[in-house]
Ligand binder design. Structure first.
Ligand SMILES: [Zn+2]
Length: 278
């Protein structure tokens, strides 16, 4: 689309390869044009994507998408804290079977969300713990969501292991929270939140503190359309083709080039999720 914030010089050559590590591509807002969304992403260098599973049914759909686009799409399988109350013994068993599949590269989205509290907090904590156990059993990374629940979140992670392989997806927290996550061994997922001049400024200031080998990029589409896109779609739907725009914003905040952030974040995503080359 008409986002000209990437330098023309980089557009002339093949765009640098990027991986969108958090895209809700099974969301029904993509039902009409999903293949076009994938093609637009590919055209701007987003060669691989990790499709977020946030419910059992959504994780099944995410896995189905990976089969239509092998080697290009991968999935997570998990139950978001909003849906934690749905995770009973039967759905946990079904989730475990799904998470075992090779195209499922992480357990999650799981975690705690005390901002919305769509599921009772006790149910959230329990569903989070079950999914951490599952990830440990299967030796897969975790795809983590946390909002307004930092203390309980860190306590539960520490209770299960001293260090984790996984990503704190859509990180928007403080320097102190960032320090805790890094200490736990987690990678940090940065979305278009950083492109918001009202609420993303503190996040931009933290960018130099994230080691390059732990910095991942994600759109979290269809949510979080970057606010500083020069031309926004009428639908306000976010999509993986906007990932280069986020990458440019992160690169600027770190004082590095788009090529350098693309190289390091792609290598980091490939290592964490054990993705094959595109
Ligand atoms: Zn999330």
């Amino acid at each position: 689309m008409a986002d000209h914030s990437t330098a023309p010089a980089t557009l002339a050559a093949a765009p640098p390869a990027l991986i969108d590590i958090g895209i809700n591509l099974a969301h029904d807002s993509y039902d009409r044009d999903r293949d076009a969304v994938i093609a637009r992403a590919h055209a701007v260098g987003v060669l691989q994507m990790v499709v977020t599973g946030a419910t059992l049914a959504g994780s099944v759909r995410a896995v189905a998408l990976t089969r239509e686009h092998p080697g290009r799409l991968f999935a997570t399988a998990g139950v978001h804290p909003h849906h934690a109350a749905e995770l009973d013994a039967a759905s946990l068993a079904a989730l475990a079977a799904l998470a075992r599949l090779p195209e499922v590269v992480a357990v999650g989205e799981c975690g705690l969300d005390y901002f919305r509290n769509f599921s009772p907090r006790a149910a959230q904590r329990q569903a989070f713990q079950r999914q951490l156990e599952l990830a440990a059993q299967l030796d897969k990374p975790v795809f983590l969501h946390q909002r307004d629940a930092h203390d309980d979140f860190i306590a539960i992670l520490r209770e299960h292991a001293r260090s984790w392989r996984g990503v704190a997806h859509c990180f928007t927290g403080s320097g102190e929270e960032l320090g805790c996550y890094l200490q736990l061994g987690l990678a940090i997922g940065i979305t278009g939140w950083i492109c918001d001049e009202r609420r993303g400024t503190h996040l931009a200031a933290l960018m130099p503190q994230v080691p390059a080998e732990r910095l991942l990029l994600e759109t979290d589409g269809p949510y979080l359309l970057p606010r500083n896109l020069t031309s926004k779609p009428a639908s306000r739907r976010n999509e993986p083709a906007y990932l280069p725009h986020i990458a440019v914003t992160v690169a600027r905040a770190r004082g590095e080039t788009l090529e350098s952030i693309a190289r390091s974040s792609t290598a980091a995503a490939r290592a964490l999720f054990a993705l094959p080359p595109p």
